[in-house]
Design a protein around this ligand. Sequence first.
Ligand SMILES: [Fe+2]
Length: 247
Amino acid sequence: MSDRRKFLKTSGLIGLSTLAAKLMGEEKISALEKLGEQENSGKSFTLPKLPYSYDALEPFIDKQTMEIHYTKHHQAYVDKLNALPSGNIDFSTDDATKCSNIDKSTSAIIRNNLGGHYNHSLFWQLLKPNSENKTNLPGGKLASAITKEFKSYEEFKKEFSEKATKVFGSGWCWLILQNGKLKITTTPNQDNPLMNIEGNEKGKIIMALDVWEHAYYLKYQNKRADYITNWWNVVNWEKAEELFNTQ
Ligand SMILES: [Fe+2]
C-alpha cells in the first residue's frame, strides 16, 4: 500500500472514530468499551442447575411448563442481565444483596431481570418431586412458627392460597419473616420482599410462589386456583425450613 493510501486509510479511521464519538456521545463509547471488559472479566449471571428433571413434578406441574419456564423464561432474565453494559451491576455482592439494593431509582431493566433471576432461582429450590402424592407438611421449628402465627397449618394454607389467587396480573406470593414474625405478602411483576420499594413488605424469604400465567397456563389455563392447590403437593418444606432456621 502506498504511503498516500496508508495516510488516507488511517486518517479515515480516525475520522470515523471521531464521528462515532460525536454521534453516540462519549458516555456510550465508554459503555461499549466497558461491555468488552465485562465479557473478558467472566463476571456474568448463569442459569442455576435445576435440581430435578423437567417431568419430576408431574402430575402437579407438567413437564412442558417446567421446560419452557426454566429454559425460556428464566434464561431470558439471565440473558438480559448479561447484555447490560458493565458498571450497571455490582458483582462484588451476592444476588440477595443485589436485590436489597434495588429501589425506585433503579432502572426497570435491572429491577425486572434481577428480580426475575433471583425469584426463579429460589422458586426451583423450593419445589420437590412428590409423584406418589404423599402428604406434604412442614416440620420442625417452621411448623411450630406457622401454627403460632396462623393458629393452624390449615388456616395458613387458606390465607396463602387466597392471597396468591388474588394477585392481580403477574406476580408472586411469599412467606416472609419480618421482625421475627411470619407474614404472607405478595409483590407485582418480578419484585420481591428484599427490594426497597414503597408499599413492599420487607423480610427474609421463606417460601415463594410464582403466579405468572407462564407458571401454569399450559396445564391449568385460567384456573390459577387449581395450580395453587396442586402446588402445595410439591412444596420443598425442607428447603423452607432451612431458610427459616438460618434467619
Ligand atoms: Fe416464572
